[in-house]
Design a protein around this ligand. Structure first.
Ligand code: BGC
Length: 763
């Protein structure tokens, strides 16, 4: 054990040297600068850099009298987070650079997750655009606004793969697929960090929650994870690794345990995988009180877990102050080394150096910029455009949509006129009053052509306690204490007067997100009752579905003619939804996550293994096969699915060759024809199956996609270049290899409806 520990110190030392050498070329003066600074630092000051308290009691004008202020002056704070406004941040930065002994500037972090004041769709919605340029652009605008308002570090992207819609935080991630998740991770990091961190409009990005946070048992937040290393490396790690490959500046450790050791104290995860295997060069921060929570995990008292975290590879301690308060004692007792403290301190100082804070600590504190750039008109225009690309048309019988810009429309439902719920979960910087509800947006855009009426029709849920717990943080839907029938009757009277009914229903924004797990994934019953009565009017009904997760919509799919899933679309939601409902924008979103038929099928995902007793294709049930008695194995809506106002037809796949060798390249093409009357964008998806492996392989895996605009009546040929890189996977020994043999190439508009061809690929 002792030997292993020493060896790990040597490896850590070597790694640090390597990091320093590689950074030297990009930042030639950084090492000398930090060496000189660290020579002057006391042990307490070094440990102070590792401390990231919450902003606590800081308000403008009082910064200097707060408790945090004293700590800043004493050099006991490395950064602060979730303080909003350039004025406050400037004031606090001033304390650090004028009152502390060594004048080291602070980092200012924030959860800028899907936009700052200009809010983009929740990440799950953004991922359904399958448009990497749009996603990168959303992160760029978020960084532009956040940096104008004093922020230099965002706790984003969140890239936790999840296959469990019971987990509320699926709303914050990119769905179930490692490849799509990886592409999005890269796009987000590029958007936030640009190519020069010292510019005043780029900020540090932080990939989270490393690792496997989306795989908690039973979809309950913060719950235990237990997973094979095979599955980690092949299915859950790729998006974190993609962010590291894209140069992400920081990583946040997750709350869950991995192999019986909490991620925050897991040296294998934070050092062996992250630093040794992936060559990560930035710093690692805990999640909120992540160190302290190891006490409840049951691995020791505060001193023990804090030392464990530092040894594992944590550099910064969010909120809990375990490092600040116990590391000096642990050093004396030989439980941590000075080298470990120095390494962590150096990484924090490097981040500050790269941001240019030592040159100008107020680089991100220009009040004039904040006035001009935050919630700027051009940003809002882009947010509206991107939001409309995130909507997924789930059903459109008899071309119910798009609606005509004439006659009258009744918007009915608890989400129909709520500004506050449009930004969606984790929009801490949003000014909720600035968002546009569906009712307001539609009236503003079409009020002179279409008569638009609104009635709430029902509460979010019949249970007022559940509703209160689902509408926190200023997102109240205004609980109506009258009997449900009375509220409903009011709405029905309005609905009966309209030509078309828009049912604005589903979840409130805080019904997903952190600590918002659900065991029932239906639209709340009180809303479903309302929906039934709306349908009974015989008028065309369009369900505009608000949700932060896949819901079980089996009944709705069978009974409602049109369903448009709009997630939570951000500050411009009301306009973007109107754009799509009335055909100014043709929907092009595709699901990044499977929608199950019922909650008992969960976890249900497209890239599963085959089992030794797979159900025969096309069958619903066979005795002694892998299936259920009461429901088919099929999802309600598969991964990659989404309709358009037009329809696309796929030709068979053309392959450049069916027999390949070694490093040859394969080209697979299809011709896609727009058969309808609308121009539209289609996401053409490439899947591959490795028919025989040294370990079992999934029935299909996404390996490429292209989003293309095809005009009505037009055909386009889409080609994918396939190299052996795309065939690689982590084998039993966790080596990244491809194995010769037979592969199935599949291309289609979703993961279920694909054209297929086989190839042989030899060594
Ligand atoms: C969340 C993180 C977030 C942090 C800081 C935690 O509760 O898990 O995602 O970045 O708080 O607000």
């Amino acid at each position: 054990m002792k030997f292993a520990y020493r060896l790990s110190l040597i490896v850590a030392g070597l790694l640090l040297t390597q990091t320093l050498m590689s950074q030297q070329s990009q930042y030639p003066k950084m090492k000398a600068f930090i060496d000189a600074l660290m020579k002057k630092m006391t042990l307490e000051e070094k440990i102070g850099q590792l401390n990231l308290p919450g902003a606590g009691d800081i308000t403008t004008g009082q910064a200097s009298s707060s408790d945090i202020a004293k700590k800043i002056e004493q050099g006991k704070v490395g950064g602060l987070f979730n303080i909003k406004s350039v004025a406050k941040i400037r004031e606090v930065q001033k304390l650090a650079v004028e009152k502390s002994r060594l004048k080291i500037p602070l980092l200012f972090g924030m959860d800028v997750i899907h936009g700052y004041e200009t809010v983009f769709p929740i990440p799950l919605g953004l991922s359904c655009t399958w448009n990497m340029l749009a996603i990168e652009r959303s992160a760029r605008i978020a960084a532009q606004e956040a940096s104008a308002d004093g922020i230099n570090w965002t706790f984003s992207p969140m890239v936790d793969i999840s296959r469990d819609p019971r987990w509320g935080r699926v709303s914050e991630g990119n769905g179930e697929d490692p490849y799509l998740g990886g592409e999005i991770a890269k796009a987000m990091v590029r958007g936030y960090q640009g190519n020069d961190l010292s510019k005043n409009n780029t900020i540090l990005s932080c990939v989270k929650h490393y690792a496997l946070y989306g795989a908690g048992e039973a979809g309950r937040d913060y719950n235990t994870v237990d997973m094979s290393h095979q599955r980690m490396y092949n299915e859950y790690f790729p998006p974190y690794k993609a962010a590291v490959d894209a140069g992400v500046a920081s990583v946040m450790a997750s709350f869950n345990e991995i192999d019986g050791i909490p991620a925050t104290g897991n040296r294998w995860l934070l050092t062996d995988v992250l630093r040794t295997q992936w060559e990560f060069k930035g710093f690692v921060v805990t999640d909120y009180t992540g160190i302290n929570e190891m006490i409840d995990h049951g691995v020791g008292d505060l001193q023990t877990v804090s030392a464990m975290a530092l040894r594992a590879g944590i550099d910064m301690d969010m909120v809990g102050e375990g490092l600040l308060t116990t590391i000096p004692k642990s050093l004396k007792e030989g439980k941590v080394t000075l080298a470990q403290i120095d390494a962590a301190c150096r990484r924090i100082l490097e981040a500050k150096y790269k941001l240019g804070l030592f040159e100008d600590p107020y680089r991100y504190c220009d009040p004039e910029r904040a006035k001009k750039e935050v919630f700027a008109d051009e940003h809002r225009k882009e947010a509206r455009r991107i939001a409309s690309e995130s909507f997924v048309l789930l059903k459109n019988a008899n071309q119910t949509l798009p609606l005509k810009k004439q006659g009258s429309v009744a918007i009915i439902g608890p989400l129909g006129n709520s500004k506050e719920n449009m930004p969606g979960t984790w929009s801490v910087a949003a000014n909720l009053a600035n968002a546009t509800s569906l009712y307001d947006g539609m009236k503003e855009l079409l009020g002179d052509k279409v008569k638009v009426n609104y009635s709430k029709g029902s509460n979010l849920d019949a249970d007022s306690v559940l509703e209160a717990n689902s509408t926190m943080f200023g997102r109240s839907l205004g609980w109506d204490s009258r009997p449900a029938e009375v509220i409903r009757a009011e709405a029905l009277a309005i609905a009966k007067e309209a030509d078309v009914i828009i049912a604005a229903m589903g979840e409130s924004s805080e019904m997903s997100g952190e600590a918002s797990s659900r065991t029932n994934l239906n639209i709340p019953a009180v809303q479903q009752e309302l929906l039934k009565e709306l349908l009974a009017t015989g008028k065309p009904v369009v369900l505009v579905l608000f949700t932060g997760r896949p819901l079980t919509l089996t009944w709705e799919h069978a009974n409602v003619p049109a369903i448009l899933n709009v997630w939570f679309a951000g500050s411009e939601a009301g306009y973007a939804i109107t754009d799509v409902l009335f055909g100014d924008v043709n929907p092009s979103g595709k699901l990044s996550t499977t929608f199950p038929q019922n909650v008992g099928q969960v976890p249900l995902f497209y890239n599963h293994k085959n089992t030794g007793r797979p159900l025969e294709e096309g069958k619903w049930f066979s005795k002694f096969r892998s299936n259920y008695l009461d429901v088919s194995n099929d999802p309600l809506y598969p991964f990659g699915f989404g309709l358009s106002y037009t329809s696309f037809e796929y030709s068979d796949i053309k392959l450049s060759s069916q027999n390949l060798k070694g490093n040859q390249k394969l080209t697979a093409s299809v011709t896609v024809t727009n058969k309808g009357n609308f121009d539209g964008k289609e996401v053409v998806q490439l899947y591959i199956r490795d028919m025989v492996g040294s370990v079992t392989r999934p029935v299909k895996e996404l390996k490429g996609f292209q989003k293309v605009m095809i005009k009505a009546g037009e055909s386009k040929t889409i080609s994918f270049e396939i190299t052996t890189d795309l065939l690689k996977f982590y084998n039993y020994d966790l080596k990244h290899v491809w194995e010769p043999g037979e592969f199935e190439i599949m291309i289609g508009g979703n993961s279920r409806d694909v054209k297929k061809q086989k190839v042989n690929w030899l060594k």
